[in-house]
Design a protein around this ligand. Structure first.
Ligand code: HEM
Ligand SMILES: [Cu+2]
Length: 654
């Protein structure tokens, strides 16, 4: 009996490495501290009522952002561990298997559990306010999306201490990810973590598409919409077509592992290359899903801080759309070396290069917007200015990689690693940081400290170039990706050391940002106007932070950048008392949280192949669906008296 238990525990819990025990202790202590604080200050009720059950897009946005910053921390620690291991030849800090796990969790977490939720956080914060709506189209679904993402991310992260992490790369190529070659539960954690959060992403894609198409305020035609909202639409349309492919692909892989099927095995008619095609049919659009909203943010920021309407609005919109459509026809560039015919490779090489054209159009439009503008160098603007050259180099090296014959040389080398980090950090991370700095006062009612922000900015930027420029050279020198160590004879030591130092700089930059947030909570410059940047879109016309109903009276607009027009015409933001009407709102609900928790249980059951647990989980999910279907009391009205009180507190009532 005892021996059985011991045997089970030694497989169930991850053991062996002091790093892991250290992390176990840290996780345990953090959890204990959080629970203690909640009990001590009697905050459980508050947490449940105000946050865990909320359907308010603004609060959901904040939760997304907090979760994604935590994931940025975890992914960043992974990155630093890898860079420590590679800093010099023949280091025995990480074993090879451990290194495989870390690049796998780093890549997966950074894309799916950091970039995606940070993106959805910004969608939630900005889109309803920009288009003059009271919430998203389906607030309940929005909460469900968040909790599905959250529990999916937790399931994935659990593999660190229970069962063991996945180690087959961030896209889990078979045959390596098949049962015969990865017999542990790591790949199951990978599959189910992504499946749960993928449902959330797909639902958010639907939610924001409908919100943008159906909930724009009076007078706002599609071609009057702020460019961030356009970029969200482009991204969500891409989600709608791409995410189902991911779900099906991972489901097939799971059926292989769980039920002994042969979709992607080497034997019995399976075809691993099928998987590689399918996963990249999602994977390539995915990178556009995350980068297009960053382009939207740059457009808002450049226009605001140059005090000019964006140059070439229509061409901006068309470029967004062209990129999202072309993005579906480039996936083979990830495996030119697969051995497709020259014609096939040529097709995908050309489509890939073609994307440089709309992207170039956008870069020129941003530059022309700044040209002769009254530029203010604020924090969002700084990150935008840093993005342009960084993304330019990332784009240019992308075109180099798109040259199919040349890719036989670059493929899976550090040249590629440098290229995609340049676009993902220089494009996506810089963009979302610009967005965070830009909308922060709207979310919380205060600005982030500039001095600490400047430290963070320079550390990130210098660190970025120091880290990734040497990797282009390392790629040419023959260093391939996913190697855990190398010998002195390779001559890669100096450049790797430099690269690791750059990574440390970025890490310190992140610490400065955490410090910046904590410092600014206490000392940050308060925003009492609701319009700290002299903005041009509707979110700046209401108080910061926005009241729960956003707009006491829904605005009517007469065209693009309507808020600038109103300010130029000397109109104020006052609301007439006689215009106030009761506001129809959705009620909070615990179902999204509980249902996602049941999904988590089911996912855990699937991961370990425990039927009883799967049954409990799925039964719970079904119960939640029924409960929701039969619940009638889902909405309420905010009475005029309460709106009057809130608005007069902000001095907005005449
Ligand atoms: C913050 C600084 C970062 C550093 C220092 C860093 C470093 C690294 C390193 C050392 C690897 C492994 C290379 C190898 O041995 O093959 C890697 C892989 C990867 N990184 Fe990062 N990274 C950073 C940020 C990011 C971000 C922000 C993203 C995405 C948004 C990202 C996405 C990936 C992906 C997808 C992989 C490939 C994983 C795989 O091979 O399966 N990284 N990174
Ligand atoms: Cu691609």
């Amino acid at each position: 009996m005892l021996d059985n238990l011991k045997d089970f525990a030694s497989h169930f819990f991850v053991t062996g490495d002091p790093l892991i025990y250290g992390a176990d202790v840290a996780i345990g202590l953090t959890m204990a501290a959080i629970i203690f604080v909640l009990f001590y200050f009697k905050k459980w009720g508050w947490l449940w009522r105000e946050w865990l059950t909320t359907v308010d897009h603004k609060k959901i946005g904040i939760m997304y952002i907090i979760a994604s910053l935590l994931m940025l921390f975890r992914g960043g620690v992974d990155a630093l561990l890898m860079r420590a291991q590679l800093a010099l030849p023949n280091i025995h800090f990480l074993q090879s298997e451990h290194y495989n796990e870390i690049f796998t969790t780093h890549g997966t977490i950074m894309i799916l559990f950091m970039a995606m939720p940070l993106m959805f956080g910004l969608f939630n914060i900005a889109v309803p306010l920009q288009i003059g709506a009271r919430d998203v189209a389906y607030p309940f679904l929005n909460a469900l999306s968040f909790w599905m993402f959250f529990f999916g991310a937790m399931l994935f992260n659990l593999s660190f201490v229970i069962g063991g992490s996945p180690a087959a790369g961030w896209l889990a190529y078979p045959p390596l990810s098949e049962l015969t070659t990865s017999p542990g539960v790591g790949e199951n954690f990978y599959i189910w973590g992504i499946q749960l959060s993928g449902v959330g992403s797909l639902a958010s894609g639907i939610n924001f598409t409908v919100t943008i198409l159906k909930m724009r305020t009076k007078g706002m035609k599609l071609m009057d919409m702020p460019l961030f909202s356009w970029s969200v639409l482009a991204s969500c349309l891409t989600i709608l077509l791409a995410f189902p492919v991911l779900t099906v692909t991972l489901a097939l892989l799971f059926i292989d592992r769980f039920a002994g099927a042969h979709f992607f095995t080497m034997l019995h008619g399976g075809n691993p290359m099928m998987y590689v095609n399918l996963i990249w049919m999602w994977g390539h659009p995915e990178v556009y899903i995350v980068v297009l909203p960053a382009f939207g943010i740059y457009s808002e920021v450049v226009s605001t801080f140059s005090k000019k309407k964006i140059f070439g609005y229509k061409s901006m919109v068309f470029s967004l759309m062209i990129i999202s459509v072309l993005g579906y026809f480039t996936w083979v560039h990830h495996f030119f070396t697969m051995g497709a015919s020259a014609n096939v490779n040529a097709f995908f090489a050309i489509t890939t290069m073609a994307i440089a054209i709309p992207t170039g159009v956008k870069i020129f439009n941003w530059l022309f917007t700044m040209f002769r503008g009254r530029i203010r160098i604020t924090q969002p603007m700084l990150w935008t200015l840093a993005f342009i050259p960084t993304f330019l180099v990332g784009g240019a090296t992308g075109v180099m990689l798109a040259v199919a014959p040349a890719d036989y040389q670059y493929h899976n080398s550090y040249f590629l690693i440098a290229h995609f980090h340049q676009t993902l950090i220089g494009g996506v991370v810089f963009g979302y940081l610009a967005g965070l700095y830009y909308w922060w006062p709207k979310m919380f009612g205060f600005k982030l400290n500039v001095k600490l922000g400047l430290w963070a900015f320079w550390l990130w930027n210098i660190g970025f170039y120091v880290c990734f420029m040497p990797q282009y050279a390392l790629g040419f020198m023959g260093m391939t990706r996913r190697v855990y160590t190398y010998g002195w004879d390779m001559g890669w030591a100096p450049l790797n050391l430099i690269s690791s130092i750059g990574a440390v700089f970025m890490g310190i930059g992140f610490i400065f940002q955490v410090w910046q947030i904590l410092y600014s909570i206490k000392y940050g410059e308060r925003d009492t106007t609701g319009d700290p940047w002299d903005g041009h879109t509707l979110e700046w016309s209401i108080p910061s932070p926005a009241p729960e109903y956003n707009f006491a009276v829904l605005p009517e607009v007469k065209g693009r950048d309507d808020f600038w027009r109103r300010k130029e015409e000397g109109l104020d933001n006052k609301i007439k008392e006689k215009d106030l009407k009761p506001i129809h709102m959705p009620k909070n609900s615990g179902i999204p949280f509980i249902m996602s928790a049941f999904w988590f249980v089911a996912g855990f059951g699937f991961t370990f192949g425990w039927t009883w647990m799967i049954v409990i989980g799925l039964a719970g999910v079904a119960g939640c669906m029924l409960a929701r279907s039969f619940s009638k009391n889902n909405d309420y009205y905010i009475p005029v008296e309460q709106i009057r009180k809130t608005e007069s507190k902000y001095g907005r009532l005449v």
